[in-house]
Design a protein around this ligand. Structure first.
Ligand code: TMP
Length: 223
């Protein structure tokens, strides 16, 4: 029998289910595309309480994994080991930081995310056999907290290289890779965007920062 009380509970549950979580935006692209700058600019435009985070990293443990990978601290690591390390760091990042923020109704902007694993490890490093595993890992690690939008900043490899050359030197083994590698990564981001469908947006980043920013704001305002 449907009592007033049970009806009330059902309605309240339905309301909770329908309540929107925060919006999850990823900004990604090859090194030198301007993603970190644009993630910061977007963050400054979003409402108070919006979380700005990055990958690999975002939590103390994930930052340790970042160091292990980017500073080559596991000399015997191959692409498969790195692939799992990126997913380990991401699982931690999701559970500890991203999912709780979204649940609390806060928006999250993430500088790099799983789109980078797809582009760098599968395309850049030429390991297509990891593709199936990628989509499986994604299901388990992201669960219902898939990003609402991926903004991929696209730029020719030579232009990105010039921009990177103007930065202070830093130790990142992926940025040091040759042009052919960066070209494969760029293609990887495009393939990822095709696979992901509607929520992926490729933005031409080979323009003045103001124009790129306007495109990003236009995309984000739709969410
Ligand atoms: P960042 O310092 O530009 O944020 O990124 C660190 C490096 O890590 C960058 O060269 C890309 C690489 N990377 C991967 O290879 N796979 C991944 O899944 C992520 C998140 C980053």
């Amino acid at each position: 029998m449907v009592t007033l009380k049970s009806l009330d509970r059902t309605l309240s549950l339905a309301h909770n289910l329908a309540m929107r979580h925060g919006t999850f935006i990823v900004i990604d692209g090859i090194g030198g595309c301007g993603k970190t700058t644009h993630a910061k600019l977007l963050h400054a435009r979003m409402r108070k309480g919006t979380v700005l985070t990055h990958e690999p990293g975002g939590t103390p443990l994930a930052e340790k994994i970042r160091k292990l990978i980017l500073h080559n601290l596991i000399p015997t690591a191959d692409v498969t080991t790195e692939f799992f390390l990126f997913w380990t760091a991401r699982a931690e990042h999701m559970r500890e930081k991203i999912a709780p923020a979204l649940r609390a109704g806060r928006h999250v902007i993430c500088d790099r995310f799983d789109s980078s694993t797809f582009a760098f490890q599968i395309f850049g490093e030429k390991h297509p056999e990891l593709t199936k595993l990628f989509w499986e890992a994604r299901k388990v690690v992201l669960g219902k907290y898939e990003p609402d939008a991926y903004i991929i900043l696209d730029i020719p490899v030579a232009v990105a290289e010039k921009r990177r050359a103007g930065r202070p030197p830093r130790k990142d083994r992926f940025d040091d890779n040759p042009r052919a590698f960066q070209g494969r990564v760029r293609a990887g981001f495009k393939t990822f965007a095709e696979e992901i469908g509607q929520c992926a947006h490729i933005v031409n980043a080979n323009r003045a920062p103001k124009e790129v920013e306007q495109d990003i704001l236009r995309i984000v305002s739709n969410y």
